[in-house]
Design a protein. Structure first.
Length: 422
């Protein structure tokens, strides 16, 4: 493909939509963005210079990462930037404008796709117009293709229209889905000097032209992968010789949903996947499950996580099987800073492209930009999470998700105008 600089925002979004990459596999996306921003004079921090590698969660096996990297090269990813990344995706790009006397402003956009298959019938616009996913079981079903595009659009607009007297840091985050990339990006020194911070999300059920200045208080979240290991035996001839991993899994599920809810606020739990690859006449020697907990605060989330671990331990003990858990992803929560929320509201209300401005709205799910916002606030800075309506025709994470591409320019305009108004 041609360099992204030759593409309009809509064309860039469609190219990214057609080439989705799941979490920690965003080699093509990262490399294409890096190439354009390098040409624009941004200082680039790629791969292990963009995230704290040891803090990453839910990282796929190395062979999967290598296949994803090879695919990215086959699909036109600039080789130099892919090589610089190694096997770690992510990008922080920074540039100082004017005399540099103004603030350091950070903007976070996420890049990853979901592991699901996109609709292929003509009722789905990306399929009808030829930009649906080319990758089986990978799809931009949450708008991150648009978020990445807005990040590039912010860089373009700042360069083309004079920037501002200060430093812009663009955080192109990998692995938001599952809450895997925000924590390692928040643990880097790139966040240390950020005074003003914005993250953003398209859609969220709002119509194009609507801006939410403070989409906040997402539920804290933790995701556990659980494996039970028992002893195989013939279910008819010698069932007493087995140790049944599936029984332990069943007991765990029953009791996970019985964890007492906490008086301190909202708590949630869900088991989204179970698996036991055994024949009907074999005592299960292996069973696995994927669990998530949520809480209205970080403390409530920790309560649910520790209670879940307690249940898993005793479910394994009941059936004399071993077990192990691994933390797949984690998020925290935050409240939008009043000063940042007010700045976005005041700016958005002045823009002709914005028809409706809302203040504080509670997020219904979870969001790992929360770790970066929390870190900025802990350092004395201010931050908010901006919702940009996109008239999405179907819900997030569904096979028919799509956005109104007019929202791309609106997102760019809201962020860049807010930065200048600061």
């Amino acid at each position: 493909m041609a360099t992204t600089e030759t593409l309009t925002l809509s064309e860039l979004r469609r190219d990214l939509h057609a080439h989705p990459e799941a979490g920690w596999k965003e080699f093509r996306t990262t490399a294409l963005v890096a190439e354009e921003l390098d040409d624009r004079g941004f200082t680039l921090h790629l791969g292990d210079d963009a995230v704290a590698v040891d803090e990453r969660l839910g990282v796929p096996p190395e062979d999967e990462l290598r296949r994803a990297r090879d695919r990215a090269l086959d699909e036109g990813a600039p080789e130099a930037y892919v090589e610089e990344m190694g096997l770690v995706t992510g990008l922080v790009a920074e540039k100082t404008y004017g005399d540099g006397s103004g603030p350091v402003v950070g903007v976070r956009v996420d890049m990853d796709a979901l592991e699901r298959t996109e609709a292929t019938d003509d009722d789905h616009r990306p399929a009808r117009e030829g930009f649906a996913s080319k990758h089986p079981n990978e799809m931009h079903a949450c708008g991150h293709d648009g978020h990445t595009t807005i990040g590039v659009g912010i860089a373009r607009e700042m360069d083309d229209n004079g920037g501002f007297d200060g430093t812009l840091k663009l955080f192109f985050q990998p692995a938001e889905e599952g809450g895997r990339g925000g924590l390692p990006m928040s643990r880097t020194s790139h966040v240390d000097d950020v005074e003003y911070f914005l993250a953003l999300h398209l859609g969220l059920g709002y119509e194009t032209g609507t801006v939410v200045a403070g989409y906040e208080r997402p539920l804290s979240n933790a995701k556990l992968d659980v494996d039970f290991h028992g002893q195989s035996a013939h279910a008819g001839k010698a069932p007493n010789e087995g140790r049944n991993a599936a029984q332990a899994l069943g007991a765990a599920i029953q009791n996970l949903f019985s964890i007492p809810r906490h008086e301190g606020g909202t708590t949630r739990i869900n088991v989204g996947q179970v698996h036991s690859p055994n024949a009907q006449n074999v005592i299960s020697d292996a069973a696995s499950m994927r669990v998530e907990v949520r809480g209205g605060t970080a403390d409530l989330n920790e309560y649910m996580l520790e209670e879940a671990r307690r249940v898993l331990k005793h479910a394994a003990g009941m059936y004399d099987v071993e077990y192990e858990t691994s933390l797949y992803g984690k998020t925290t929560t935050f409240q939008a800073s009043e000063a940042m929320l007010d700045a976005v509201m005041e700016t958005a209300e002045s823009l002709d492209s914005v028809t409706t401005v809302l203040g504080r709205e509670q997020a219904g799910g979870s969001e790992d930009a929360s770790f970066i916002i929390e870190r900025v606030q802990d350092n004395g800075g201010v931050g908010t999470y901006v919702g940009v309506g996109a008239s999405n025709v179907d819900g997030h994470h569904t096979p028919r998700f799509d956005i109104d591409e007019d929202s791309l320019e609106i997102g760019v305009e809201v962020v860049t105008a807010t930065i200048r108004d600061l």
